[in-house]
Design a protein around this ligand. Structure first.
Ligand code: B12
Ligand code: SF4
Ligand code: SF4
Length: 358
């Protein structure tokens, strides 16, 4: 029998500790699976909306909910770190000599920052439970890479709602939260749910350059620039190349136009995600010149390093083709002989577009 007053003390202390570790949002949800959530995941996979992200399908049974992964789990602690930008992420849209790296990737890699903080919080919980005379809790911490549906869990824990762009929106932090979760054997009290406050707004759907939303709250990843620039390994399908503009890593458009960002508290931003000056408005010409070693050096500690030099230069070549800047033609021509076939193909495309002129 667990003493509920002691659990409440631990829960209150945990919120304070989490804030001290840099989390802007903390909520609690039951660990039970949700059949609606499971069905929607299945429908999304059956429609093929995950594209080549086979890892989404591989462990789909486990991904559908906490109990499917770990039947002993009794509660989920959902956590968010803010990366609210100080400037408009869309400001560089018309700067053809510059490349756009999505806001989330301009600072330190959130996987590293959040994992460290989640582990520190888990250690604190174990020590505190011991101090309060509770049985030692079992805990599992997750950020992004495990088969866990972090957005619906964040919603179930009351830290926001899934907006029509499918990401979690919070009244205090807008669309700019990274999410993580801790599964626990302790029976924490669930929080109040956030209402869906999208109403009649459809700004995110209207802003999407590739029409990646077949319906509100549903994303066809195969059409999403974030997927195309980060996850997709082969040549970028021609139908999306012009729409990519100068976005070379991820895309912020559907998040940036969300009206709830007006209320995003910039002071709550975790300082680890301050943008690195050289990644805010990098020159396309300089990025096209990166070899493997220079790529690794520039993106050390950044999520961008995960895609490797070849995929990155492929993306930069699409942006070069879209730039209309004939001074980039010489670099595109040189890259036509790149040993990587996907880079070479993107270079040929960029060169042909630049030579054809406006
Ligand atoms: C796969 C993935 C992607 C894929 C697919 C995105 C997607 N929407 O599924 C791609 C590569 C495209 C992607 C892009 C981005 N991602 Co991503 N991605 C993930 C990952 C690993 C899994 C997401 C997932 O489970 N998708 C499967 C689908 C089925 O789930 P879902 O979107 O929640 O679907 C729900 C809705 O469709 C809903 N639904 C369906 N029909 C209906 C109908 C109604 C009426 C309603 C109400 C709901 C509803 O039900 C489904 C189940 O709940 C998570 C990390 C994680 N482990 O959770 C990060 C994650 C979602 N990504 C994140 C981020 C930041 C991004 C980008 C903003 C990065 C960028 N700037 O480029 C973009 C945003 C693009 C977008 N609009 O979604 C964050 C989101 C944080 C937040 N506040 O929500 C996460 C949580 C990573 C993290 N740890 O912080 N991502
Ligand atoms: S991230 Fe960009 S491409 Fe993907 S859904 Fe949002 S606006 Fe569309
Ligand atoms: S832009 Fe509008 S519809 Fe999209 S998530 Fe924000 S409030 Fe909802």
């Amino acid at each position: 029998m667990v003493n509920s007053a002691v659990i409440r003390d631990l829960q209150n202390g945990l919120v304070t500790e989490a804030r001290g570790l840099g989390f802007a949002a903390v909520g609690f949800a039951p660990a039970a699976d949700d059949p609606l959530r499971s069905r929607r995941l299945r429908d999304w996979l059956d429609a093929g909306h995950h594209g080549t992200m086979g890892w989404m399908e591989d462990r789909a049974e486990v991904r559908q909910g906490p109990h499917s992964m770990w039947p002993e789990a009794r509660s989920v602690i959902a956590l968010g770190m803010s990366y609210a930008p100080e400037t408009d992420p869309l400001a560089l849209a018309d700067s053809s000599d510059r490349a756009r790296i999505s806001v989330y990737a301009q600072g330190r890699d959130y996987h590293d920052v959040m994992k460290k903080a989640l582990k520190a919080l888990a250690r604190w919980m174990v020590a505190e439970a011991r101090r309060l005379g509770l049985e030692e809790p079992q805990l599992k911490v997750f950020v992004d890479t495990a088969p866990v549906m972090e957005k619906p869990l964040g919603q179930a824990a009351g830290i926001g709602w899934q907006g029509k762009h499918t990401n979690l929106v919070s009244r205090e932090h807008g669309s700019w939260l990274f999410l993580g979760a801790i599964y626990s054997t302790l029976p924490f009290e669930p929080g109040d749910l956030h209402d869906d406050r999208c109403g009649s707004c459809n700004a995110c759907q209207a802003a999407c350059p590739t029409n990646a939303f077949p319906a509100p709250y549903q994303l066809d990843a195969r059409r999403c620039i974030s997927y195309l620039t980060i996850e997709h390994k082969g040549p970028i399908p021609e139908e999306f190349r012009a729409a990519m503009g100068n976005r070379i890593y991820g895309c912020d458009d559907c998040l940036a136009v969300c009206p709830w960002n007006k209320f995003a508290d910039a002071a709550a931003r975790n300082m680890s995600f301050l943008p690195r000056a050289e990644l805010v408005a990098p020159k396309l010409a300089e990025l096209l010149a990166l070899d493997d070693a220079a790529f690794r050096q520039l993106f050390s500690g950044s999520p961008v390093k995960r895609i490797g030099r070849d995929r990155f230069v492929r993306n930069c070549l699409i942006a070069a083709g879209n730039s209309g800047d004939s001074s980039l033609a010489a670099q595109a021509e040189a890259l036509c002989a790149d040993p990587d076939a996907v880079v070479a193909e993107a270079a040929q495309w960029a060169l042909a577009v630049l030579r054809a002129g406006p």
